[in-house]
Design a protein around this ligand. Structure first.
Ligand code: 13P
Length: 252
């Protein structure tokens, strides 16, 4: 019922030449894929070039952040209307932004509203850090991130959630293990239950919940086999065309 959704988050990686090389290969590897939504979230500097690169393909384009004002004296920031010229999607609330740029649920709520107001689709990222997990606070953290991040947002049809347990994110280390499929499923099912409580059953059944944290070709199948895991948000393994294509082609 929910179409699988596999998204790349390149984070602060690739110059245009590398992005073009990636895309030249990647679009061939995935050209016949119809039953999976494919998204690549790139640095702002690549939006314009990538828009041209993916034209006419089954690959969608996203940004990784935005600022919650439209225009003005906000040196160094990029707004929703600026992104909308090039991309369909935006990531909001990635743990890197929460950790290194002090983005709170309240700030993220403003960003989500602004993105939706301008017709962007949002992937709202949530997830607990290791200390919170060890203290048994995972569900409490997730609930707060959902309640505060989505406060006063009534329509979730242009939102997907990415659950990214921060302790499972590779940060370039391929030896960091992903969450087990069972541990991931437990939280995904909790997220769906929470959305059901806040928005009703129909919305919760339609919502796509992506898993992020060391997803790779070797574990994508078992993660995607879980009932409430509808996709992936892939960091390290999305930087190479062949490995990201293998993830997109997880059914093969
Ligand atoms: P990795 O796939 O490198 O663990 O990164 C996950 C992530 O943070 C995607 O947003």
């Amino acid at each position: 019922m929910r179409k699988p959704f596999i998204a790349a988050n390149w984070k602060m990686n690739k110059i245009l030449k590398e992005a073009v090389e990636f895309t030249d290969d990647f679009k061939l590897y995935v050209k016949d894929v119809k039953d999976v939504d494919i998204l690549v979230c790139v640095p702002f500097t690549l939006l314009s070039g990538m828009k041209k690169e993916i034209e006419g393909t089954n690959i969608k384009l996203g940004a990784q952040n935005l600022y919650y004002e439209d225009f003005g004296a906000y040196t160094g920031e990029i707004s929703a209307p600026m992104i909308k010229e090039f991309a369909e999607y935006v990531l909001i609330g990635h743990s890197d932004r929460r950790a290194f740029f002090n983005e709170t649920n309240q700030i993220l709520n403003k960003k989500i509203k602004k993105a939706l107001e301008h017709g962007l689709k949002v992937i709202y990222c949530i997830g607990e850090v290791i200390e919170e997990r060890k203290q048994g606070k995972t569900k409490q953290v997730i609930e707060t991130q959902l309640r505060e991040g989505l406060a006063n947002i009534n329509d979730l049809s242009n939102i997907a959630i990415a659950y990214e347990p921060v302790w499972a994110i590779s940060r370039g280390d391929p030896d960091i293990p992903a969450a087990t499929p069972q541990a991931a499923q437990e939280v995904h099912s909790f997220i769906r239950e929470m959305i059901g409580t806040l928005y009703g059953k129909e919305t919760s059944q339609q919502l796509r919940i992506l898993y992020g944290g060391s997803m790779k070709p070797s574990n994508v199948k078992e993660l995607m086999a879980q009932e409430d895991i509808d996709g992936g948000l892939v960091g390290g393994a999305s930087l190479k065309a062949d490995s990201f294509a293998e993830i997109v082609n997880f059914r093969k």
